[in-house]
Design a protein around this ligand. Structure first.
Ligand code: SAH
Length: 396
């Protein structure tokens, strides 16, 4: 049996953990000590010594480790992780069977019962994202199991925790190397992705339901403004949906080449679309001056961003962003606003939207909302894990 450090949780947090809350916060513990280092195995108990759960120590931005088994029988961390992974694969068989979708989340950390690691499937290639050194230390033992999976051609990884060594280590782990770009499918659309090119791959898989909705005709005959457009994935979906024209705006220099590439791999004429490299707040001033309006306006900012001209923080600046977007939305038009900021839930996001829209003289109504797609499995015990909020608002 592996050795588990007995960790006593303060009385007022016992209930939360007994109900399955999986994230460890050291300040909620009575005896967190220096003896606990990355990857120490932990046994969480109540102040009276009653068993609650098993976990491991792993510092990440959210907390200090994860609980992975609420069953009293002492488990092995790796056996547990392998069992959760097996279940995760089983319940995603519909994704494997769907030939029109070859990229999806295969394992969603705590949502699949084991926090600290996510695995995305990109047409035979796995992209592992490790959120703490604590779990990363089990990598060597987990890898053979992953390479044994019949659908795995090659493996890449991103280390999303603070590291002492220079961060220029390779993302390629082993097996076959993926082509660059690797072309994946999502609901019949094609996306060019790069598994070894910085933090992002070219597509955010968590927005698949929104892209699908766009592609199914929401944008038919419409003009579309896509702000914070990154590689223009929403613009691609809008064109599949019959949009007559898209304008994609993003401050990053890579935008033009990346967005053109997404259009081209879908045999869409990139020269017929507008791609603007500019701070969105500068672009708004220009568009307002020119009296530009769009039938569909998409807004998907990062939680925090700094450009040469502006600093944007979702928590405080989203209302102002909305105020600037509304005048650019045509009569009868739709705004699609999104955030992945975990600091507030859908209810608070909608409340913010209502408070801004009520300042306007135009009537509006919320027509639809979206959160994470089913492959980004979440658990009720950890509602913060359901971070995505996308709301569609129609204006008169
Ligand atoms: N909507 C995109 C993902 C957006 S990622 C998609 O579906 O794929 C966030 C993007 O916002 C990044 O590409 C970043 O370059 C851009 N960004 C951040 N601050 C910005 C600003 N002030 N103006 C324009 N783009 C900005």
């Amino acid at each position: 049996m592996e050795n588990y450090y007995p960790l006593q949780v303060a009385k007022k947090h016992v209930n939360k953990y007994q109900q399955g809350y999986p994230l460890l916060h050291k300040e909620w513990m009575m005896n967190w000590s220096k003896k606990i280092t990355e990857s120490t195995l932990l046994k969480l108990v109540s102040p009276t010594g009653e068993f609650i759960a098993y976990g491991y120590a792993g510092k990440q931005n959210k907390g200090d480790g994860w609980l992975f088994s609420f069953e009293k029988k002492a488990p092995s961390l790796l056996d547990n992780l392998r069992a959760r992974l097996k279940e995760a694969i089983e319940i995603r068989q519909t994704y494997f069977a769907d030939e029109t979708t070859t990229a999806f989340r295969l394992f969603n950390g705590e949502g699949d019962g084991f926090g600290g690691l996510t695995i995305d499937y990109y047409d035979g290639f796995l992209l592992l994202q490790w959120y703490s050194l604590g779990l990363y230390e089990f990598k060597k033992e987990l890898l053979p199991h992953l390479f044994d999976l019949p659908f795995v051609k090659g493996i890449y990884e991103k280390r999303r925790f603070e590291q002492e060594e220079a961060a220029d280590q390779e993302d390629f782990v082993g097996g076959e190397k993926a082509p660059e770009p690797l072309l994946v499918k999502e609901n019949g659309m094609t996306f060019a992705v790069y598994l070894d090119d910085g933090w992002m791959t070219g597509i955010f898989l968590d927005q698949k339901d929104v892209r699908r909705e766009l592609s199914l005709g929401l944008t038919a005959g419409k003009t579309v403004l896509n702000t914070f457009s990154y590689t223009g994935a929403f613009s691609v979906a809008a064109l599949y949906g019959g949009a007559v024209h898209t304008t994609s705006v993003d401050a990053a220099k890579r935008t033009i080449a990346k967005t053109r590439e997404q259009f081209e791999v879908n045999h869409l004429d990139s020269a017929a679309q507008t791609i603007v490299v500019e701070d969105v707040f500068q672009y708004f001033k220009y568009a307002l001056r020119k009296g530009k309006q769009f039938d569909v306006v998409i807004c998907d900012p990062p939680s925090f961003a700094r450009t040469k001209k502006t600093t944007f923080q979702v928590a405080s600046d989203y209302p102002e962003l909305l105020r600037q977007l509304i005048p650019l939305t045509a009569t009868g038009g739709t705004m699609i606003v999104s955030t992945n900021y975990a600091g507030f839930g859908m209810k608070a996001f909608k409340k913010m939207i209502h408070s801004v829209c009520q300042e306007e003289t135009r009537a509006y109504r919320i027509t639809q909302d979206f959160s994470l797609p089913t492959d980004f499995r979440t658990t009720k015990a950890f509602p913060e894990g359901n971070y995505l909020k996308v709301v569609m608002i129609q204006f008169d």
